[in-house]
Design a protein around this ligand. Structure first.
Ligand code: UD1
Ligand code: F6R
Length: 377
């Protein structure tokens, strides 16, 4: 069942080139059509959204609702949805959405993300939004699950069973499903065609690039060896990679049982900086996107406080090499378009949390106190 791997989490991390391909199979036209082709604009087809596409395009806002890792996937893809659809997109943790009795209207589109499709809070939030007349869209990995059945329409991830309690391959598939959703909803926009084509071209390259980043496995094992006894591990990122740092910290705390926090780098000076000294290991995400310069400044400020830095950067980034001389360790990953970079960046950090857990002699697939599907609130 584990296909030669020691644990399901390890298998599921390594399956990601294939699960991403399955998520896109039959839904993405990877070849750019010849100029003059009448279907030039339709390179993405999510069958479940075809009927309701017009309603979603007309809605006054999109509300993404989820828990845990699924919420982080919403956060990673929100900017793409905002950019493509040009409607406000809000994010809701399902429990808080219910606690606040968040105002929902008939012209809202609510999207419920859940790997299992059975998470109690997400399900209750769906019942609530449906009762308030919103269009309810599901994104789930489980055909026939409660969320799949109760939503008006939706998209199955098709990522294959995820057995390890810590979600890995579902996360990367969820990000690309919301991205595909955004691309499909914007298919009529001529102004966005070039950007859309670039993202779709990069979707085609993504499985190969994830396969390449998985080659960091033994480097991540060595890093885990180095970090196995730390009391705390911080992750700093911003922009598309705010989600990456929250997700990495969740993985480290839930399986390796090490205290870990993901910090929005833009908030660093508003409190978190006080924690930084020479004993504090920090992973910084500084891949090349619109946040690069700001992340470089974050690195310099952290180095000025003698932090131990591990920098996730792109391969062949000469600008980052100087930090190696200053004692930082670089984790070099393949480059893709900014909005898909979180899919690549999370992979070495999933590997890091996996190896930390194994080296600490803990149960990887069944961390203490946790269940795969949280069916009670
Ligand atoms: C569907 C078939 C797939 C087939 C393809 C061929 C299923 C499950 N999928 O995939 O086997 O190869 O057509 O064109 O039969 N839905 C919800 N809520 C959710 C998720 C999905 O209501 O949370 C609905 C969708 O709106 C859709 C149906 O379930 O009506 C199937 O969704 P999905 O599997 O994503 O559709 P296709 O990719 O078209
Ligand atoms: C963390 C993890 C959880 C789930 C959360 C929601 O690795 O797996 O945080 O993401 O319980 O579960 P689903 O996506 O099934 O609704």
């Amino acid at each position: 069942m584990k296909g030669g791997y020691d644990h399901f989490m390890q298998k599921e991390i390594h399956e990601q080139p294939e699960s991403l391909l399955q998520t896109m199979r039959g839904r993405v036209q990877f070849q750019r059509p010849a100029v003059g082709n009448p279907y030039l604009t339709q390179r993405i087809k999510l069958g479940g959204l075809v009927e309701h596409g017009a309603t979603i395009r007309r809605c006054r806002r999109i509300v993404l609702v989820a828990c845990g890792t699924s919420y982080h996937a919403c956060l990673a893809a929100r900017q793409t949805l905002e950019e493509m659809c040009e409607v406000p997109v809000s994010l809701e943790l399902a429990s808080d959405f219910l606690d606040r009795r968040c105002p929902i209207f008939r012209d809202d589109t609510c999207v419920f993300l859940s790997q299992s499709g059975e998470t109690a809070d997400t399900l209750r939030a769906l019942e609530y939004a449906k009762a308030h007349g919103a269009l309810c869209v599901g994104v789930t990995n489980t055909v026939g699950s409660a969320i799949s059945r109760m939503t008006h329409c939706g998209v199955h991830l098709n990522a294959g069973y995820e057995i390890g309690v810590a979600s890995t391959k579902a996360y990367t598939s969820q990000i690309i499903v919301i991205t595909m959703m955004a691309l499909q909803l914007a298919e009529d926009s001529i102004a966005k065609r070039e950007r859309r084509d670039t993202i779709i071209d990069e979707l085609g390259q993504l499985p190969g690039k994830v396969r390449r980043v998985l080659m960091l496995d033994s480097a991540m094992r060595d890093l885990a060896e180095h970090l196995r006894s730390v009391n705390s591990l911080l992750f700093f990122g911003r922009g598309y990679n705010y989600a990456t740092v929250l997700e990495a910290a969740l993985k480290v705390k839930e399986v390796a049982l090490i205290h870990s926090e993901g910090m929005l780098a833009g908030e660093m000076k508003h409190g978190p900086l006080a924690l930084v000294d020479k004993h504090m290991p920090i992973v910084v995400i500084a891949t090349r996107d619109g946040m690069y310069k700001k992340m470089e400044s974050v690195i310099q400020q952290l180095l000025a406080r003698d932090a131990q830095l591990y920098i996730v950067c792109n391969e062949n980034d000469e600008g980052m090499k100087q930090y190696e001389d200053r004692g930082c360790k670089l984790i070099q990953v393949p480059e893709t378009v900014d909005c898909l970079q979180p899919v690549i960046n999370i992979v070495p950090l999933q590997l890091l949390s996996y190896h930390l857990t194994v080296l600490r002699g803990l149960n990887v697939d069944q961390p203490r106190n946790l269940a795969k599907s949280v069916t009670v609130s």
